[in-house]
Design a protein around this ligand. Structure first.
Ligand code: UD1
Ligand code: CA
Length: 473
C-alpha cells in the first residue's frame, strides 16, 4: 500500500492590512457574520481534519484569543513582516522534518472553495511537482503578480510593480495560493533575495529558483476567478459580504422560504429556516438561529441565537436575542426579547414589551408597554399595559411568579421577590410588594377622593384674581 502523503496547511495572515485603517487585524474583521479568516479555516478543516493548521500572524496574541474556538491551530508570529517568503519561513521550526505537501492559503482570501483546492492538490500530486501555483485569468489583472509562461511551463512570476508593460498585459495572475513539496522548500526559501521594488522577500521568486534547479513547477487555472479575490479595504469587505448574503438568500429560497426582497435580508451561516416561512424586507438573522415552518418575519426584525417554532409571527422592528418562541406565538411590533426569554404556545407579546429571563406560559398575553424580568408566568395570564416587574433592588435580581390565569391590571408594579397566585387579580395602578394569594384581588394604590364642584370654584377664583391684575399689552 502506498502511504498517503501528509498534508500540512499554512495560512498567511501577518500582512499589515494597511488599507483597512484599523486597530483590528484584517483577518478578524467580520465578513457576513464571521471573521474573514474563519472561512479559510473552514476550508482547511474540510481538507484536512486530522492535521493541525498553522497560522502566521503579526498580532498573534489577539488572533489566538479570537480563534480560541478553533482549538487545533498553531500560531507563529512574523515580526517584522518582510514579505511572503519571509512569512512562510517563520513556520520552518514547526515543520522541522515534516514531509509531504504544504498547502499555502491566505487568511484574507475567504472565498476559495474546497473543490478548487482539491483540484490544485490533485494536479500537484499527479504531476509530481515541487510547486504548483493556483492561477486565474481575470479581466483586470492590475496589482497582481503575473504568470510568465514559456515552453517549459511557468518560467517565473513577476509582481505588478516590477513588471514591464508587456508583462503587465498578461491576464493570468498569481492567486498566491500554492501546493509545495515540503522537502526542498525551506532550503530554497533561504535563497530568495530582496532585489525588488518593495525590498521584500517575495515567495513568487521560488518559481524561477526551482526552474533554474530543474524542479517541476506547475499551475492550475481556477475555474471561477472570483474565488481567489482577496480583501484589502473595507469597500471590498462590504462587496464580498453582499455577495455572500445574496448566496445565503438564494439558498433559503431554493429550500422553500419566501424572501420578498432578498437583497435586504442578512442571514448568518448556519441559520435554519423552515419551509413556507416568509421573510419580509430588512430582516437580520444571526448566530445560532432556527426558525420553523410557516412563520412570518416582518420588516426590520433582528433575531440572534434564538429558536422559533412553526407558525410564529414576528411583527415589525422586534429585536430577539437568545430567546425561545413556541408555535403559533406572536411577537411585536417593537418587542424586545432578551436572553432566556421563553414565549409559550399561542402567547402574544405586543408593542414595547421587553422580556428577560422570563417564561411566559401558553396563551398568555403582554400586549403593551411592559418590562418582565426574572419572571415565571403561567398560562393564560393577562399582563396589563405598563406592567413592570421591579426585579432589581440595587444589589440582586429577584424573581416574580405569576401563576396560571392571573390578571395583572394596567400600570402595576410587581416588587420582587413576589408571587401572584393562581387566578388572582391585581388592580390597575397597584404597587404590589406582598404576595397575592390565589383567587384574591391585590390592590395597592392611593384611594381616590372626588371634590364636588371644585372646577366651578376654581374658575371663580381665577376670574377674581384676573380683575385685580393690570391688563396685558
Ligand atoms: C501576493 C503575491 C502576488 C499575488 C497576490 C495575490 C508575492 C510577492 N506576491 O501579492 O503575486 O498576485 O499575493 O493576492 O507573494 N503576508 C504575510 N507576511 C508578509 C507579507 C504578506 O503574512 O510579510 C500575507 C498577507 O497577510 C496576505 C498574503 O500574505 O494574506 C499576501 O500578502 P499581500 O501583501 O497582500 O501580497 P500582495 O502584494 O497582494
Ligand atoms: Ca493582497
Amino acid at each position: 500500500m502506498v502511504p498517503m502523503p501528509s498534508l500540512h496547511i499554512l495560512i498567511l495572515a501577518a500582512g499589515k492590512g494597511t488599507r483597512m485603517k484599523s486597530a483590528l487585524p484584517k483577518v478578524l474583521h467580520p465578513l457576513a457574520g464571521a471573521p474573514i479568516i474563519d472561512y479559510v479555516l473552514a476550508t482547511a478543516a474540510a481538507l484536512s481534519p486530522a492535521s493541525r493548521t498553522i497560522v502566521v500572524g503579526h498580532l498573534a496574541e489577539s488572533m489566538r484569543e479570537a480563534l480560541a474556538a478553533h482549538g487545533d491551530l498553531r500560531f507563529v508570529v512574523q515580526e517584522p513582516q518582510l514579505g511572503t517568503a519571509h512569512a512562510v519561513a517563520q513556520a520552518a521550526p514547526l515543520l522541522e522534518g515534516a514531509t509531504g505537501t504544504l498547502l499555502l492559503l491566505y487568511g484574507d482570501v475567504p472565498r476559495l472553495s474546497v473543490q478548487t483546492v482539491r483540484a490544485l492538490l490533485d494536479e500537484h500530486e499527479r504531476a509530481g511537482n515541487a510547486a504548483t501555483v493556483l492561477t486565474a485569468v481575470v479581466p483586470d489583472p492590475s496589482g497582481y503578480g503575473r504568470i510568465i509562461r514559456d515552453p517549459g511551463g511557468i518560467a517565473r512570476i513577476v509582481e505588478h510593480r516590477d513588471a514591464t508593460p508587456d508583462e503587465r498585459a498578461v491576464r493570468e495572475i498569481n492567486s498566491g495560493i500554492y501546493a509545495f513539496e515540503l522537502e526542498p522548500l525551506f532550503t530554497a526559501l533561504s535563497r530568495i533575495a530582496t532585489d525588488n521594488d518593495q525590498g521584500e522577500y517575495y515567495l513568487t521568486d521560488l518559481v524561477a529558483i526551482y526552474r533554474r534547479e530543474g524542479k517541476r513547477v506547475g499551475a492550475v487555472v481556477a475555474e471561477r476567478p472570483d474565488e481567489i479575490l482577496g480583501i484589502n479595504g473595507r469597500g471590498e469587505l462590504a462587496a464580498m459580504a453582499k455577495r455572500i448574503w445574496r448566496e445565503r438568500a438564494e439558498a433559503l429560497m431554493a429550500s422553500g422560504v419566501t424572501l420578498e426582497d432578498p437583497d435586504t435580508v442578512y442571514v448568518d451561516a448556519g441559520v435554519v429556516v423552515g419551509r413556507d416561512t416568509t421573510i419580509r424586507p430588512g430582516v437580520i438573522l444571526e448566530g445560532r438561529t432556527t426558525i420553523g415552518a410557516n412563520c412570518v418575519i416582518h420588516p426590520g426584525v433582528h433575531i440572534e441565537d434564538s429558536t422559533l417554532e412553526d407558525n410564529v409571527v414576528v411583527f415589525d422592528y422586534s429585536v430577539i436575542t437568545g430567546a425561545q418562541i413556541a408555535e403559533h406565538a406572536e411577537v411585536g411590533p417593537f418587542a424586545r426579547l432578551r436572553p432566556e426569554a421563553e414565549v409559550g404556545r399561542e402567547a402574544k407579546i405586543g408593542n414595547f414589551v421587553e422580556l428577560k429571563k422570563t417564561r411566559l406560559g401558553a396563551g398568555s398575553k403582554a400586549m403593551h408597554l411592559a418590562y418582565l424580568g426574572d419572571a415565571t408566568i403561567g398560562g393564560n395570564v393577562n399582563i396589563g399595559a405598563g406592567t413592570i416587574t421591579c426585579n432589581y433592588d440595587g444589589v440582586r435580581k429577584n424573581p416574580t411568579t405569576i401563576e396560571e390565569g392571573a390578571f395583572i391590571g394596567s400600570d402595576s408594579q410587581l416588587v420582587a421577590p413576589v408571587k401572584v397566585g393562581r387566578g388572582a387579580y391585581v388592580a390597575a395602578g397597584s404597587s404590589i410588594t406582598r404576595d397575592v394569594p390565589a383567587g384574591a384581588l391585590g390592590i395597592a394604590r392611593g384611594r381616590q377622593e372626588n371634590h364636588e364642584g371644585w372646577v366651578e370654584r376654581r374658575k371663580r377664583k381665577q376670574a377674581e384674581a384676573g380683575e385685580r391684575k393690570p391688563e396685558k399689552t
